[in-house]
Design a protein around this ligand. Structure first.
Ligand code: PLP
Length: 285
């Protein structure tokens, strides 16, 4: 695989980052994952805008212009012959040459930009979407700025492991009795013609797929409610699903052992997945 690190395209074996990099020592960094379909990037403007926001919230300088970022994405897609999968991008606050809690002076310490491609076939996603996923709920004990897409992913990783141990596919996080989001996705329920997903705030990531699916739901003339919901409300819903850049719209058929609706993927989730993918293919770059 050809990867990108700090201005150079290199074979992955040759790509290195300092042990003093603040991404490594402090999880002081942000990331984006953009899907690739037909060798093109899905919803690039959304990911690019969210990256800028994450960087700004953490007082980090952009590593290069948006145009350059897009050019590097495209170059990696071509160099790796990627037709379907993802491009991962990470910006960390760089290598100050020592370990210190204070942020280094940005005029002295440049941020570290790392990018690489990942192969993932849509077919496997489609198979999972036809079957639907089962989830458990776990307490949301993450920090309070989940709207910033940082590389602090230890608790989401632990959540995935808890799900695996429980024999299910993923975990939904709950706080004060309400679902915040999934370990790596935004969560939704459907009741009749009404679709519910948590409102934006500092307690969830502002999913790029969430925003696009809200637009699709409006096109379908579904009634949209952006508010918190409980596990009990999810269990009593007609349908549930989650959204993310790599899973698109994934039906959820069971929460904490209780079947949702008939316990099979529902028609609204399936329709939203279809419309979302159609729309995204049209605007891919
Ligand atoms: N919520 C969390 C915690 C995530 O990690 C992700 C994606 O990685 C999402 C939501 C979904 O965001 P997006 O649709 O932009 O992939």
């Amino acid at each position: 695989r050809t990867v990108f690190v700090n201005g150079s395209y290199l074979p992955e074996e040759a790509a290195t980052v300092s042990i003093f990099d603040r991404g490594f020592l402090m999880a002081d960094g942000v990331y984006e994952v953009t899907s690739v379909l037909g060798a093109k990037l899905i919803d690039w403007p959304g990911h690019c805008a969210r990256l800028a926001r994450s960087l700004k919230e953490l007082d980090m300088a952009a590593p290069c212009s948006d145009e350059d970022l897009l050019a590097i994405h495209r170059e990696l897609i071509v160099a790796n012959g990627l037709t379907e999968g993802m491009v991962y991008l990470q910006v960390t606050r760089g290598n100050p040459g020592d370990r210190d809690f204070a942020f280094p002076d940005p005029s002295v310490t440049k941020s570290t930009l790392v990018m690489f491609t990942m192969v993932k076939t849509l077919e496997s996603g489609n198979a999972a979407a036809r079957k639907g996923h089962r989830v458990i709920s776990i307490p949301d004990i993450r920090w309070g700025r989940r709207d910033i897409k940082t590389v602090q992913l230890l608790y989401p990783s632990m959540g995935k492991m808890m799900a695996k141990k429980a024999g299910v596919d993923d975990a939904w996080l709950t706080e004060d009795g309400f679902v915040t989001e999934g370990t790596s996705n935004n969560t939704w329920i459907v009741k009749g013609n009404r679709i519910v997903t948590r409102q934006l705030g500092t307690d969830i990531l502002h999913g790029i797929t969430r925003a696009a699916v809200l637009r699709c739901a409006a096109d379908l003339q579904l009634e949209i409610e952006e508010r918190p919901f409980t596990i009990e409300e999810a269990q009593a819903a007609d349908e549930a699903f989650y959204t993310s850049a790599s899973a698109f719209v994934m039906p959820v058929i069971e929460v904490d052992g209780a079947a949702i609706g008939k316990g099979v993927p529902g028609p609204i989730a399936a329709r939203l997945r279809e419309i979302y993918l159609d729309e995204m293919r049209k605007t891919a770059v």
